[in-house]
Design a protein around this ligand. Structure first.
Ligand SMILES: O=C([O-])C(=O)C[C@H](O)[C@@H](O)C(=O)[O-]
Ligand SMILES: [Mg+2]
Length: 435
């Protein structure tokens, strides 16, 4: 019996930039624009198997994908290591410093590789009949739990067409549009989001108002939800070391972890030594190159990985081993995203050996979808791992065309929260440290 499966070759790569409606969410770098940009990559093999992926959208990443095209076409989707090496040789090494100071990651190559890898894994899954989670080492859990991700926000739902309703989104669509600018607004948002999606832990995006006001919101959440709902706050490194220690001490015993209170591994390590609360990061340790520094100073307790930023799902599995070796926990960061990214996050979340914290997701803030099965359903805050081969999602070509048109119409080419904020507060400037 010959069980050998012949791997096909990639014959086509379709790169489609899309714009998805995004509400006016506030963060350390300013304000979300009415649309968030994503890029959908579809790889098609010579025997017509197609694999998909989704990454943050940005013209320079899209240009890099185009430049990488000749390294992808004709290759077998199983040759991930050699494709990765060739991309690195072609573009040159990307340094950790290229990540930049914003809450999001400004690198290109990690995104390019993540896009290619996830689409190839989707293809390999379809060829072998296995879900991606099985290609990553197999399922450690059936359902992957997420946290409610709260934002200070202005009134509105983003985009022009408002909200595409499904039952779950409908339940919270009214609250989703309401402004939240104080502790009461944040508690209202949390109750609505948790009621609709069943989340069992809560993250507040901070770095928007002064730390006393944001800490008050955490105390208001604690009063509203009690001690059994874990809370976290993420000021995206805008606090000084002194501010971080001061407010970190106030929230000691109230939050499960403090995320990126201050900038840089050294500062994080000073804060970490002063507090009993664990520190998490998606800003100071964001690449393999950062690991030696992190270990040397003890920068954090939890690394919030993101397969889009760490170069794919397999890289994130490698990171999990490193985390175990050096006494870190691994959890997950997110950005505004649709169902292809969510599917990839769920497969990864299901395969990770340890998952002590509920993962981040922006998904409740999004109203568009690009997968044909419609929006993902959360039960008790968790998503069941898709069991179909590959990622378990199919592209909705009509939705893709509509969201691409939305991209062309909206005129945005990259994320720029500072410019968006200036439309509301003239002269507003991003500062890398504010309080
Ligand atoms: O945990 C984080 O730092 C994020 O989720 C980064 C995002 O870019 C967030 O700040 C946002 O969506 O505004
Ligand atoms: Mg963060």
């Amino acid at each position: 019996m010959n069980l050998r499966i012949k791997a096909p070759r990639i014959r086509e790569m379709i790169v489609t930039p899309i714009a998805i409606t995004d509400p006016p969410l506030l963060n350390a770098a300013g304000l979300h624009a009415p649309y968030a940009l994503r890029t959908i990559v579809e790889l098609i093999t010579d025997d017509n198997i197609s694999g998909v992926s989704e990454i943050p959208g940005n013209v320079s990443i899209n240009e890099s994908l185009e430049l990488a095209r000749h390294l992808i076409i004709g290759r077998s989707p199983v040759q991930l290591s050699s494709i990765g090496r060739e991309l690195e040789n072609y573009f040159g090494r990307e340094t950790a410093a290229q990540r930049g100071d914003t809450p999001w990651d400004q690198r290109k190559l990690v995104h390019v590789f993540s896009a290619i890898e996830v689409a190839c894994l989707d293809i390999i899954g379809k060829i072998t009949g296995l879900p991606v989670v099985d290609l990553l080492g197999g399922k450690m859990r059936e359902r992957v739990p997420f946290a409610a991700y709260l934002f200070y926000k202005y009134k509105g739902a983003g985009g022009e067409m408002g909200f595409n309703i499904d039952e779950q989104a409908n339940q919270w669509s009214a609250a989703r549009q309401v402004a939240a600018l104080d502790p009461e607004g944040i508690v209202h948002q949390a109750k609505a989001m948790c009621a609709a999606f069943g989340f069992r832990s809560i993250k507040l995006k901070g770095g928007v108002f002064d730390p006393a006001r944001e800490t008050a919101a955490i105390f208001a959440l604690r009063d509203a939800f009690g001690e059994y709902v874990p809370l976290r706050i993420d000021p995206n490194a805008l606090w000084t070391v002194e501010t971080s220690i001061h407010y970190g001490r106030k929230m000691e015993g109230i939050i499960e972890y403090l995320e990126d209170p201050t900038r840089g591994q050294k500062n994080m390590s000073i804060v970490r030594q002063a507090l009993k609360t664990p520190l998490a990061t998606n800003m100071c340790t964001t690449s393999f190159e950062d690991i030696p520094g992190s270990v040397a100073v003890g920068a954090e307790d939890i690394i919030l990985s993101d397969h889009h930023f760490w170069g794919g799902l397999r890289a994130s599995m490698e990171l999990s081993k490193i985390c175990t070796t050096f006494g870190r926990h691994l959890s997950m960061h997110s950005n505004s995203h649709l169902g292809i990214s969510l599917a990839a996050m769920v497969h990864l979340g299901a395969a990770l050996p340890y998952l002590p914290y509920d993962l981040d997701t922006h998904y409740p803030w999004q109203s568009d979808e690009v997968v044909s099965s419609g929006r993902f359903h959360f039960e008790d805050g968790a998503v069941t791992v898709p069991s179909a081969p590959g990622l378990g999602v199919e592209l909705d070509k009509q939705a893709l065309t509509r969201l691409h048109q939305q991209y062309l119409d909206c005129g945005l080419t990259k994320r720029d929260d500072e410019t968006e904020m200036q439309k509301v507060v003239p002269g507003w400037k991003f500062e890398s440290v504010r309080w």
